[in-house]
Structures are given as structure tokens and as C-alpha cells.
Write a protein that binds this ligand. Structure first.
Ligand code: SAM
Length: 255
């Protein structure tokens, strides 16, 4: 999977996506992330990329010509048969969720446009963008953090990025429920013990305990998910999923 991020702050994007699991996936060539500096495509002597909004109002708008030239450079010479999607990160977009991450993970390339200031000239959105995505009902100063969130959530679904597919299937939301509480060594921390069942070695009981905790938590915090889960899993089928019972291993944090 390839990601191209069009931004005024490529170093920010690059730095965030250079650490931990995503950084390792990039180093291993499983995913590719290129951050493109829109300012490099400015054609005026001060490299300006923004201007005041027509019709008046606050702030500055990112102008169409540099973004257009940046898109043209990114899109030049891409394979014709590549499945790609162009996304503008915007508070006006559809709310990003796990289903959207899964859908976007089907593409070969995602091209992500990050706005700044008051956003970008609508004409580049109309010309290039397939969809607008918001990461939530709040307004940030720029699209760089949203773009990194999309890259992270999508990359986790790409084969080889996590240690095993169960890593993401088993998570909160992806599984349909919020995840059960997790514990690791030491077994007693400042007088607080790990639930005894988790040390029992009885996988069926552990799975049943985890499912119960997950159901409780989801019912309390996300009744919408809880109802959807019950509708999809009528009580008789409510079986605990078998999770491999490993003791905590040093440094194995790749989920
Ligand atoms: C200050 S915002 C612009 C907000 C715009 N004037 C509006 O009211 O819709 C600057 C940029 O940050 C990004 N951004 C801000 N909040 C976002 C969110 N919730 N989701 C995705 N991108 C966001 C977008 O790329 C946007 O162009």
C-alpha cells in the first residue's frame, strides 16, 4: 500500500509515521509513505501558497495553483491499473471509522490532501478529490494529524504490518465490542491482583471471562455497539472467541 500526503508540513507527517509499528512497516517496504511539500509548487517569488478569501472573512485560504501542480506531479506516471483514492482531510467530511479504514485498505494507493488555515480552494477539491474525511467533530489547525491517523488505521489492516491478522480482528470496535481489560506482569501491582482466571491456563474460561467483560463494558459505554453486536450474535451463538494464551513476552508489542 502506498500513501502520498500533500502538505505544507511534510516533516511533521514523516516524523509521526517513522516510529514504532508504522515506522517498521515502512522500513520493511510493506507500506510506502511519501510526504510532498505543496510549497515546492508555488510559483511566486515568496513561495506563497495562501491568499485572502474572496468575499471576505477570516484567515487565509490555500490557493489552487500550487496544490494543482502538486497533484499533477504526484499523479504523473502512476500505473494505469492502480486502484487509488484521493482524500481531502476536512471537518466537513464523513466521519472516519473502522469500516472506512477497512474500505480504504482495499486500494493500492491513497493520496491524502492536508488543508491548513481556512482550508483549500474548493476548485481543487472539486477537480481531484474522491471523498472528504473528518476524524471527528472538532476543528484542528491542519490536516496532517488526521492524515497520519488515516495512514495508521489503514496500515494496521495491511498484511504483514501487524504480527498476525488476529491482532486487529480482536481489537475494540473491529471485533464489534470494546475490548476486555488487559493485564501483564507483575501479577500483583501495589496490592492489586490480576484476575485469577487469567492465570488459570483454562483457555475456554479465559475466553468466556473476556467476552463477559467486553459485553459489560460495551453495554455501559457504547450501547449502540452493544445492540448491534447482540443483533448480529443471537444469544445461542454468543461463544467466546479463542484467543491464544501467551504469557507476556518481553518486547513483543507489535499489535
Ligand atoms: C482550521 S481547518 C479549516 C476549517 C474550515 N474553515 C471549516 O470550517 O470547515 C484547517 C484544515 O485542518 C484540517 N482539519 C481540521 N479539522 C479536521 C477534522 N476534524 N478532520 C479532518 N481534517 C481536519 C483540514 O485539512 C482543514 O482544511
Amino acid at each position: 500500500m502506498k500513501f502520498d500526503v500533500l502538505t505544507l508540513f511534510p516533516d511533521l507527517v514523516d516524523r509521526i509515521l517513522s516510529e514504532s509499528i508504522i515506522g517498521r512497516a515502512r522500513a520493511a517496504g510493506i507500506i510506502e509513505v511519501k510526504a510532498h511539500q505543496i510549497r515546492d509548487f508555488a510559483c511566486n517569488k515568496h513561495n506563497n501558497v495562501d491568499d485572502t478569501p474572496y468575499g471576505g472573512g477570516n484567515g487565509m485560504v490555500m490557493a489552487a495553483p500550487p496544490i494543482d501542480r502538486c497533484f499533477k506531479a504526484v499523479l504523473a506516471d502512476l500505473p494505469a491499473d492502480e486502484r487509488r483514492r484521493i482524500v481531502y482531510l476536512s471537518p466537513k467530511g464523513a466521519r472516519f471509522d473502522q469500516a472506512a479504514a477497512k474500505r480504504l485498505a482495499e486500494y493500492d494507493r491513497l493520496i491524502l490532501l492536508c488543508g491548513h488555515y481556512e482550508g483549500v480552494d474548493q476548485r481543487v477539491v472539486d477537480r481531484y478529490v474522491d471523498e472528504e474525511i473528518s476524524i471527528g467533530d472538532y476543528v484542528l489547525t491542519g490536516g496532517e494529524l488526521p492524515a497520519c491517523i488515516v495512514v495508521d488505521a489503514v496500515s494496521r489492516l495491511i498484511d504483514g504490518v501487524l504480527a498476525s491478522p488476529e491482532c486487529h480482528e480482536d481489537e475494540s470496535i473491529a471485533s464489534g465490542l470494546l475490548e476486555y481489560p488487559q493485564y501483564t506482569r507483575p501479577p500483583v501491582f501495589e496490592g492489586e491482583e490480576v484476575p485469577a482466571i487469567l492465570l488459570s491456563g483454562d483457555h475456554a474460561k479465559i475466553d468466556a471471562w473476556r467476552l463477559e467483560r467486553a459485553l459489560e463494558l460495551t453495554k455501559e459505554r457504547r450501547p449502540d455497539l452493544y445492540d448491534a453486536y447482540l443483533a448480529a450474535h443471537p444469544p445461542k451463538q454468543k461463544k467466546a472467541r479463542r484467543t491464544p494464551q501467551k504469557g507476556p513476552a518481553e518486547g513483543d508489542a507489535s499489535c
